[in-house]
Write a protein that binds this ligand. Sequence first.
Ligand SMILES: [Zn+2]
Length: 834
Amino acid sequence: MEGVFGLHIVKHGRDFAFPDYKPNYPRSPDYKLEHVKAEIKVYVFEKRIEGKATLRLKSLKNGLSNVELDAVDMSIKSVKMNDQAVDYDYDGYALRVILPKKLSRGDIVEITIDYGARPKKGLYFVLPDKYYPNRVPQVWSQGESEDNRYWIPLYDYPNMKCTSELIIIAPKEFTVVSNGKLLSVQEEGDWKRWHWLMDKPHSTYLIAVAIGLFDYEEETVDGIPLQYYVPKGRKDDIKRSFARTPDMIKFFSEYLGVPYPWNKYAQVCVSEFVAGGMENTTLTILTDRTLHDEKAHMDFESEPLVAHEAAHQWFGDLVTTKDWANIWINESFATYLEAVYRRHWKGNDEFVYRLIEDLDAYLREYSTRYARPIVTRLFKYPSEVFDRHSYPKGALVLHTLNNLVGEETFRTILKRFLEKYKFSNADTEDFRKVVEEVTGKDFEWFFDQYVYNAGHPELAINYKYDPESKQLKISVRQVQKEDSWDEYELPLEIRVATKNGSRKYNFWIERKEQVFYISLDEKPEQVCFDPEFKVFAVLKIDQGPEQWIRQLKCEHVYCRVLAARALAKFRSSKVVEALKNAVIHDKFWGVSYEAALSLGKIGTEEALLALLECIKTVKHPRIRRGIVKALGNFRDERAAKALSEVLENSEESYYVRAEAAESLGKTRWEKAHDYLVKHIDAPSHNDVITIGAIRGLAELGTKEAFKVIKEYTKLGKPTFVRIAAIIAMAKFPEKREAIDIILEASKDENSRIRGAAIAAAAELMSPKLLPMLDRIASEDLSDGLRRRAREVATKIRRALEKGVEYKLLREEIEKIKEENRRLLDRLARLETKL
Ligand SMILES: [Zn+2]
């Protein structure tokens, strides 16, 4: 698509914006909210609230006659201005307060709204019921992106900051945590009144509360209290998930050159959370799924999530995106800082591998769903831009910027940006200008190609050494697709190793096709491109298995991962041997893991024998996951037996056993069913073994497997187990009952379960599910699901059209063939006549 909106956009990408989408611009009201005070009584067991919100606001113009607030599905009891009742209009979505007399610019008034609500969103009630009798009651909020308006009437958009105050009255057995500092707690009969004050301005979507029965621990770092709240009974898990929090707060303060900006940092774990974590100011709410036991600690990490949310206290909370179009200002920065923390914590190899994982995650979205500019105004729901473009792709863009300007300068940019926009909002142009201020250079080109336009550079590289001229000739072609920027500009570092050592050369890519020459006295042993992964680009290096095998021993992790992956295309004994060697001996687990997967893809008898040897010798659980996954590619009794042994072994990590269960199903071994059923209820972290067994059974695809899986789709099973079982229904396309289960799931109260129904439809691609998808697309409570359903429905319809086209084409060909036959007949007859 060619662009019309904005100067910069040339490539909108593909399949992201639907035809009816219109550009979104920031809201711009005539008033400024200064302070929100909400006193809310929470009737936990009735899932309802009674509230009184007092908003102090300032007129931004002369003659302001009314104020419009966001307030969804509330019963408004009264509205007052400075204690006097005033008129208002309410349509269930916006509350328009009619001011008794017009305000002048700068006038300040207080508007008080008495209201009640049974929030469908924004504030969530998790309660025991007949299916989940053991659930511990909890109430927690999730404001981002625009859901706080379901429980507090306010201005609900990021581009305005105010101080906030929550007075929460809850049954007295509960603990209430909110933003900022606790001013008082008072008992009032069966109730307790918790008074919290956030005395620094923040965007209203960051207002939050968590109510529950918690175990609690506190420590301090640099005078800042760090608080950890976990569900009662899980105190022992606090350390494993949060022990690195003080180090993170210290590290980010130091790296960014801006000390932690708030008075405390609380992290609260809640159940059935709708996201992984949410960086509410001073109060991050996290899924309790991040808590884990000693055994899971072998190969499960809380740190990435904890670091991401902690980084948001600067990028997201202190400086906040001005609108959803620029959400990468929050998310890419948090994602990149999470990787930077990883480098500090675990070293450079882990850092680079995280960036590779970021690239993979973005490319999966790019190739299976859509391409869009990181900053685009064309969306319908804010949730649509919280995707792999805003998180990992943006992180890689920041990484590229970091390498272009040098890390010291990059840190100066971040510091300047934070200081300039603290307690305020910023967009991409604000950031670009800080980059230009600090570097003294123009960066329009950089933001245009990487941020304001879709796609990414793909470099097809080949090289050849000419012994006569003693020249190494390197050809680089930009082969990115139509949806991407035409000609990217980027640096490319090339490392050339000869017998006498190695040297690095730097080139600048700026045209579709370029050729570079390096004078070399002798033949290169190895040529590596962007060995340290400094630049966001996809490299397609053309070299033979011998070169790849040598590259598999390069000192750089990025080179080794590329080599391990590339070698999957070659099947010789030498390649298998090299990969096996990497699985067993590489000093970084990520390379071993990749090498194991490649052995699985090679799929020969030798590869199988290599993997069977690896599973016996390798201990590292992350590598074992790769080996076990790879073994799933063999329909062979030896692979199946090895997998069943892993599954049976309770000493193995939960995640290795889970992977083994899925792979065991893929082998289709006759005994697989019995093993999977035997272990399907094995206790594990977040039920991963149960989920692995369900997936394994789905791979078997038998009647008996269906019967087992069906039970796990039911209410009463843990949410994530149900999700896996519902998605598994897609493996039974001929079963009417499977379709019925998917349809049933699409009406579930839990949005994650409805999401599973859409995921199943995406796999099944059955036109029978179109009415379900259309219904979700038009009326689901969750915007994210609406978009997803529309996307899948569009895909199914396209496939159908293609099917019809194909059918028509076939018919046409048949007709022509028939015609041809008749003509030949006639010709033959004519010939005989003649
Ligand atoms: Zn985030």
